[in-house]
Design a binder for this molecule. Sequence first.
Ligand code: HGY
Ligand code: MN
Ligand code: MN
Length: 412
Amino acid sequence: MNLSVDQDKLLAEIEELACISEAEAPIVTRVVFTAKDLEARGWLLARCEDAGLTIRRDPIGNMFARWAGSDPEAPAVGTGSHIDAIPNAGKYDGVVGVLGGLEAIRALQRGGFRPKRSIELLIFTAEEPTRFGVGCLGSRLLSGALSPEAAAKLTDSDGRNAEKVRGKAGFSGELRDVKLPSDHYRAFVELHIEQGPLLEQQKIPLGIVTRIAAPASLRMVVEGTGGHAGGVLMPDRRDALCAAAEVILAIENAARASGAIDTVATVGVCEVFPGAVNSIPSRVRLTVDVRDTDLARRDNAMHAIDDAMRRVAEKRQVSIHSELVNADAPADCAASVVGALSDACRKHAWPFLSMVSRAYHDSLFMSRIAPTGMLFIPCRGGVSHRPDEYAAPEDIARGTLVLAEALASLSQ
Ligand code: HGY
Ligand code: MN
Ligand code: MN
């Protein structure tokens, strides 16, 4: 079978999708269930229909575009990713896996391939935690990692209930119907940019993921006593921001002192109240993201953060409360999918690096219900979640071709 990827068409589609954004180009911002997200979904589904795929949307908005195989009852082979984007992001995160997955299917169709098992493109709702605070909302529900009851209680940053928001976005039905059984897919493969520098540094064009790191996130509130910046003398202060600053450095240290390079911790949001130049901060809200490829080490870092919170609260006489948003296990990729991807790379004599994914992906949750693997392509400087995120056309096309070959072998 001689497959070829229509690189020009694929790149043009990536550019077109990037323009469906709440921000001016080259910035991509596309938060779940906003007008731009819905517009992007409509744009994408039209392309899936052009490719003759049958569309299904589930109650949380996960979208499924299926190419029926000759044995339609056999568990399908899934591929896909997400098209939602955090604020001030780039055009490749998630999109390469969705549009690359669509082009892989079209390349197989053009190459005269006929799958035995159906091949299904999945576009997951809310891979990014931006709106509801938890990442991979769609794949968590689909895999059973999040209960419908817990999902229904989620609220967005404006306090709007997730149930109402999804209803307004046109997604109805019971959340309990999102879950798919473990035998629904024979395999799931996700193509994604590496979101790290290793492939570029080692000049290797492809990465085959063996393990996906374990993510955890917290929300933290530090409450002190506010007051006049002139009238309150230093010994009388309970400054919430100074306390938060100590906690933030302790969070950084919990990762740095973990004994392994694989532990990472990030305070991505810091909201100061009242936020006036001449008013002592009385309340600070923080979000904390902690990850490691090793679960025990990740949890040790979380315990160290807990200890630091107590120590600072005592020392500075402030109150510090934290709420666990998620603490997920790492995932090992399936040998059958890793094998299909490696065979496809070897067929073209393309070198590949076996590697860990430090970013989490919908594959982290798909691995709970299907043999799952990921294929990485390089991104310039390892940059992601920024408007200057960039993947070279030939890398995108190469990843798409390897994905197509792997889908062909898995769907036989
Ligand atoms: O944060 C992540 O790892 C993913 O990009 N949402
Ligand atoms: Mn992302
Ligand atoms: Mn992503």
